[in-house]
Ligand binder design. Structure first.
Ligand SMILES: Nc1ncnc2c1ncn2[C@@H]1O[C@H](COP(=O)(O)OP(=O)(O)OP(=O)(O)O)[C@@H](O)[C@H]1O
Ligand SMILES: Cc1ncsc1CCO
Ligand SMILES: [Mg+2]
Length: 266
């Protein structure tokens, strides 16, 4: 796997996949910029009259429930149904899962359309798997990512999806293996929506890569490595956000492979 990750990054830059996002108001701008910086082509669209058409021309769909409301939820269900019917890869970001009954109800409806990949922080993945030992605090995790591995395995089994848990260590779980990526920097949690950017990047990689586990690993690795490099140039969250886009754009194969801290267990 380690050898093919840079190839996926090169493919995204070369093919510039169209990534259709139905995402939240907070992160629309930074996720579009993150997608552009890795070489993908973002489009944000949620009108009921166009979502099905948009899904059919996109290489991948990303659904993020961060600032959900009744109109947008219908858009998400229409888009997910279209992706499911046409075998288009789609990625679910269950922002704030477990925080409110409405979020959980909407997530159950979305899960029925079998997301290809699910990416959340530990609290969100545990809530999605109905692990009631976790307390949730809005959009930030109250648990460590390794606490959510058994929950991720349950979701993999139940929905036949690849599941990614982000945090100090990122984990990508499928039916055969658990891959860990130990890159990134804690300052990344002080910029809103870097998890949402991770999910959007997973969409870009899933749009050009048949192996969806590798797509998720490549996306988490590129974001985390760009994040740790950006931190070295930053005085705080404001400049981190700025430098992160530059690092995503300028990352080279040599630096990527030298920094990558990957672990694979059966
Ligand atoms: N303590 C940490 N050390 C290193 N990297 C981290 C740490 N916490 C988060 N990251 C990195 O930050 C990125 C975003 O993950 P995070 O788990 O913070 O997402 P999130 O909680 O869903 O965020 P948001 O909801 O704001 O989008 C990931 O690439 C992850 O590797
Ligand atoms: C802060 C916030 N609130 C809803 S979505 C979002 C962005 C990070 O998930
Ligand atoms: Mg999140």
């Amino acid at each position: 796997m380690e050898k093919s990750l840079w190839q996926h990054i090169a493919t995204v830059r070369q093919q510039s996949p169209l990534v259709h996002n139905i995402t939240n108001f907070v992160v629309m701008n930074n996720t579009a910029n993150a997608l552009l910086a890795v070489g993908a082509s973002p489009i944000m669209a949620h009108a009921h009259s166009e979502v099905a058409d948009m899904v059919s021309i996109a290489h991948a769909l990303v659904i993020n429930i961060g600032t959900l409301d009744e109109y947008w939820v219908e858009s998400m269900l229409l888009a997910a149904a279209t992706a499911n019917k046409s075998n288009k890869p789609w990625v679910l970001d269950p922002v704030g899962a477990g925080a409110t009954a409405y979020r959980d109800e909407v997530l159950q409806k979305l899960l029925a359309f079998n997301p290809t990949i699910i990416r959340g922080n530990a609290s969100e993945i545990m809530a999605l798997a109905k692990n009631n030992t976790v307390t949730t605090k809005g959009v930030d995790s109250t648990a460590a990512s390794n606490d959510a591995i058994s929950s991720a395995r349950l979701l993999v089994e139940k929905y036949k999806a690849v599941v990614c848990i982000s945090g100090a260590v990122d984990f990508v779980v499928d039916s055969k293996q658990t891959v860990s990526i130990t890159n990134g920097h804690p300052l990344m949690t002080k910029v809103t929506g870097l998890g949402c950017s991770a999910t959007a990047l997973i969409g870009a990689f899933a749009g050009v890569t048949a192996n969806k586990t590798e797509a998720a690993v490549a996306a988490m690795a590129v974001l985390s490595i760009a994040g740790e490099l950006a931190e070295q140039q930053s005085k705080g969250p404001g400049s981190l956000q700025l430098h992160l886009l530059d690092q995503l754009y300028a990352l080279t194969e040599e630096v990527f492979n030298a920094r990558l801290k990957l672990g694979i267990t059966a």
